[in-house]
Design a binder for this molecule. Structure first.
Ligand code: 5GP
Length: 361
C-alpha cells in the first residue's frame, strides 16, 4: 500500500485572492470562449457551462441555455421522437449522451441523420457526443472511444469520468477532445460513501488540465459546483468548461412534477389553529440511484451497487434566475482578479488554501 500524503484540495479548501484590476465594470467581462478542438477540425464559441445529463438534461433547459450560448447534455433516455420534436434552438445547444454501449451509439447515429433530414442540424457532425460512464478507468473505455473516433473524425467528443492525469492522457490520445473530470463530487453521488473512492475537484482540475492541455485537449470539470463562487474557482483551476446538475435542479425546466409538502408551523391563526405552510419541491436524483434505475432501466440488474441518492429540491422557479445569478458571480469574480474574460481566469487568478469551510459530503 502506498499513502499519498500531500493534501488534495476541494472547492471549500480554497478561496480566490483579490488582485488589483483595471476593469471598470462587470459588464466588460466576456463570458464566451472560443474553443478549437484537438481531433474534430472545428472551432466553436460558447459560455463554457454545461447542464448535466440528469433530470436537468432536457430540451426545455436547452431552449433557455441556447439564449445564453451555454450547452446542455441531454440525458440518454430521450427518444428519437423527443429529439425530432425539439426546437432548432434547443438542438443547437444540445449534446447527445451515450454510455459505453454499441446500441446507444447506433441510436446516436440514427438520430443525428434524422435531425439532418428534419433540417434541425446542417451536418451530422454538428451534434456533440458525450460518452458518459461512472468509471472511466475500465480498460474497454479507451478502445470504445478509439473506435468512435476512427468512424467519426469530425465530431466533437467528450468522454468521462475520470479524475487523474494519466487517464486523461489515455482518453485524449484515444480520441476524446474533452475529458470529463469528477469521481464522487456530485450532489446526488454516494460513490465516496459506498466505495470510498474519489478525488477533490480543485486538485483534480489542476492536475488533469495540465495533462489535457499538453496534448491540446481540454477538460470539463463535472460535479461539486454548488455556487457561483465554486464555478469561478473551477475556471481559475484551469477547467475549460464546467458541468453542473444540482444547481439547475428544482427549476421549471427540470423534468418532473412539482411536489407539494405541508408543514405545521409554530404559529397560530385567529382560531388558535396551528398554521400550515406549503412548500413545493422537485425530485432530483443521481443517475445510478435505485430510483433512476427503476425509472429508466427496469431495476438494478445492470449495476452492482446504487451510487446515487435522491432528494427533493426546493422549487426554484425559472432556471433563468439561477443562470443570471451564476453568470453574475462569474463577472464579479473576474473584476476581483482583473480577468477580462473566463478564458483568462486561469492566468489571472490565484487560489489560496484556507481551512476547510464546512464538510461537503
Ligand atoms: P452536481 O452538479 O449535481 O454536483 O453534479 C453533477 C454530476 O454528478 C453529473 O454530471 C454526474 O457526473 C454525477 N452524477 C450524476 N448522477 C450520479 C450518480 O447517481 N452517482 C454518481 N456517482 N455520480 C452521479
Amino acid at each position: 500500500m502506498l499513502l499519498e500524503s500531500d493534501q488534495k484540495l476541494d472547492f471549500n479548501d480554497v478561496l480566490i485572492r483579490p488582485k488589483r484590476s483595471t476593469l471598470e465594470s462587470r459588464r466588460q467581462m466576456i463570458l464566451e470562449r472560443k474553443f478549437k478542438t484537438k481531433w474534430a477540425q472545428r472551432e466553436f464559441t460558447c459560455v463554457p457551462i454545461v447542464c448535466a445529463n440528469m433530470a436537468t438534461g432536457t430540451f426545455r433547459m436547452a431552449d433557455v441555455f441556447s439564449e445564453y450560448n451555454m450547452l446542455v447534455a441531454i440525458h440518454k433516455f430521450h427518444t428519437k421522437e423527443n429529439w425530432l420534436n425539439a426546437s432548432k434552438n434547443a438542438i443547437s445547444a444540445s449534446m447527445f449522451t451515450i454510455g459505453m454501449s454499441d446500441e446507444e451509439y447506433e441510436n446516436f447515429k440514427d438520430i443525428r441523420h434524422a435531425l439532418v433530414d428534419a433540417k434541425k442540424i446542417d451536418n451530422p457532425d454538428d451534434l456533440f457526443l458525450c460518452i458518459d460512464i461512472a468509471n472511466g478507468y475500465t480498460q474497454r473505455f479507451a478502445s470504445f472511444i478509439r473506435k468512435i473516433r476512427e468512424e467519426n473524425p469530425n465530431i466533437v467528443m467528450i468522454a468521462g469520468n475520470v479524475a487523474t492525469p494519466e487517464m486523461v492522457q489515455e482518453l485524449i490520445i484515444a480520441g476524446a477532445d474533452y475529458v470529463k473530470i469528477g469521481i464522487g463530487p456530485g450532489s446526488q453521488c454516494t460513490t465516496r460513501l459506498k466505495a470510498g473512492v474519489g478525488y477533490p475537484q480543485i486538485s483534480a482540475s489542476l492536475e488533469c488540465a495540465d495533462a489535457a492541455h499538453g496534448l491540446n485537449g481540454g477538460i470539463i470539470l463535472d460535479g461539486g459546483v454548488r455556487s457561483p463562487g465554486d464555478a469561478a474557482k473551477a475556471f481559475i483551476a484551469n477547467a475549460d468548461m464546467i458541468m453542473i446538475g444540482g444547481m439547475f435542479a428544482g427549476t421549471d425546466e427540470q423534468e418532473g412534477e412539482l411536489i407539494t409538502r405541508r408543514f405545521l408551523t409554530n404559529e397560530l391563526d385567529e382560531n388558535n389553529q396551528q398554521i400550515i405552510e406549503e412548500k413545493q419541491y422537485k425530485l432530483f436524483f443521481g443517475m445510478s440511484s435505485d430510483y433512476a434505475q427503476e425509472k429508466f432501466m427496469s431495476g438494478m440488474k445492470t449495476y452492482r451497487t446504487s451510487e446515487g441518492r435522491k432528494e427533493e429540491i426546493l422549487y426554484k422557479g425559472a432556471v433563468r434566475d439561477v443562470i443570471d445569478d451564476l453568470l453574475g458571480g462569474l463577472r464579479s469574480a473576474g473584476t476581483y482578479i482583473g480577468a477580462s474574460g473566463i478564458k483568462t481566469f486561469g492566468k489571472c487568478g490565484t487560489l489560496i488554501r484556507v481551512g476547510r469551510q464546512h464538510d461537503r459530503f
